[in-house]
Design a protein. Structure first.
Length: 435
């Protein structure tokens, strides 16, 4: 995490003070359950809460203890004992470090998912507003980067809306995947702790008990979570790349908002660069980079090892913080995106009507020409236009072989732009619903 690409709400989830607060809550809720079933005195559980509920944990003190113990949970428990007093001997009864660490990590990932889902909602809201604004704004569709057939700019945004709707569903599923709790003791057998403790802690922390934890919560859950983050990041980059291409000087159909006083280049005062979407491309690559270690963390030795731990301490915060920043930046880009319908029309007209070539092709086949002949007739009139040697409609009307099948009126009718947009409403209803 670096401040440049970090938003405070997401960053706070990963701060040491937050982590220690969650650790305490796990231990205190476990103490409540143990007291209820008679494992520890009820007064001890009350004292643990009373003395440490509002405590501000001394991070420097915990770090100092860890330098000696070489164990982060023991360092925390030692500091907690300094706060709680003698009743601290009833803390962590029958528990193992992973019970605290894994349950805490999942609490953090659930909270992070809640923020990411809200972020996607912002992106969806921006996309929907701009999609309806330009629902019928014609623009050229491109395949392989080359002019293909007309679409609308609203459809381009509708594509993205549908994609981010799926992203939201995946994030909800990822949240559910990691919303589990393990308080099962060494090697996960519950030998030293009653399963009812786990059930109580899970409910108190908004989680579900892990069916079998083998001391650690299985890392396939976390692999799925971070894989989803990688897919969402790819959706961010896909839309960012589209905007970058549309902002190219030769295209200029859409453009990032350029604020008063903004500078595009230290050398060239005229420049207006797509810096935000370029930035989103880079951030998306970083989020995807964390998917591989998450997948590799699935493979642990026997009931547990800690080969996953160091990687998770890095990519857990970094992936969630980075994607949170990227989604918020993307929402802002869409909200303020400058859109140029006149340039879209200019680009539509740039190839002298070639965007209607398929309609002419199909018309010829419907009038009796073979598909092979129809393709040859259309292509031989299209290629001169491609080279800047005339207008497609004019050349077709002058082609005697074409005129064997099509009248001038037939040809004129095939150059109707509205024909390509007749099902836009249908697509919008599929994407946005009847409303």
């Amino acid at each position: 995490m670096i401040p440049r690409y970090t938003r405070p709400e997401m960053a706070s989830i990963w701060e040491p003070q937050t982590r220690f607060k969650i650790w305490f809550e796990i231990e205190a809720h476990a103490a409540d359950a143990m007291a209820e079933i008679g494992v520890i005195p009820k007064d001890a559980a009350k004292t643990i809460w009373a003395n440490a509920r509002d405590a501000v944990f001394n991070v420097a003190r915990i770090d100092e203890i860890e330098r000696e113990t070489k164990h982060d949970v023991i360092a925390f428990l030692t500091h907690l004992a300094e706060i709680v007093g003698p009743e601290a001997r009833f803390v962590h009864q029958g528990m193992t470090s992973s019970d605290v660490l894994d349950t805490c990590l999942n609490v953090q990932l659930v909270r992070a998912a809640d923020i990411l889902i809200a972020d996607v909602d912002k992106v969806l809201a921006a996309l929907k507003t701009r999609a309806f604004e330009h629902k019928m704004t014609p623009t050229i569709g491109r395949s392989h980067g080359i002019h293909a057939e007309p679409v609308t700019f609203g459809l381009k945004l509708a594509y993205a809306y549908a994609e981010f709707s799926r992203a939201r569903e995946r994030l909800v599923a990822a949240r559910k995947e990691v919303a589990t709790c393990a308080i099962s003791g060494a090697v996960g057998t519950f030998a030293q702790i009653d399963p009812r403790v786990e059930e109580h802690v899970a409910k108190a922390m908004g989680l579900s008990p892990e069916p079998v934890s083998t001391q650690v919560i299985p890392r396939d859950r976390h692999a799925m979570y971070f894989a989803v983050l990688g897919v969402v990041a790819s959706s961010v980059e896909r839309l960012a790349t589209e905007i970058r291409h549309l902002q190219r000087t030769e295209v200029l159909e859409a453009e990032e908002f350029f604020s008063e006083g903004q500078k595009g280049s230290s050398a060239m005062p005229h420049k207006r660069n797509p810096v935000l979407t370029e930035n989103l491309t880079g951030l998306s690559r970083m989020v995807r980079a964390y998917v591989t270690p998450a997948l590799e963390n699935v493979v642990l030795w026997h009931e547990r090892d800690i080969s996953h731990s160091s990687a998770e301490r890095m990519f857990g915060p970094d992936a969630t913080v980075t994607l949170d920043f990227a989604l918020n930046r993307l929402a802002g880009v869409i909200e303020k995106l400058l859109i140029y319908p006149q340039n879209m029309q200019k680009n539509l007209d740039r190839l002298g009507g070639l965007v209607h070539s398929q309609r002419v092709l199909l018309a010829l086949t419907q009038k009796g020409a073979s598909r092979e002949e129809s393709y040859k007739l259309v292509q031989r009139n299209a290629m001169p236009v491609w080279r800047g040697e005339g207008d497609f409609k004019t050349l077709l009307k002058a082609d005697a072989d074409v005129k064997k099948y099509l009248t001038d009126a037939d040809i004129d009718e095939k150059f109707d732009l509205g024909y390509h947009l007749k099902h836009v409403d249908t697509i919008f209803k599929r994407v946005f619903g009847a409303a």
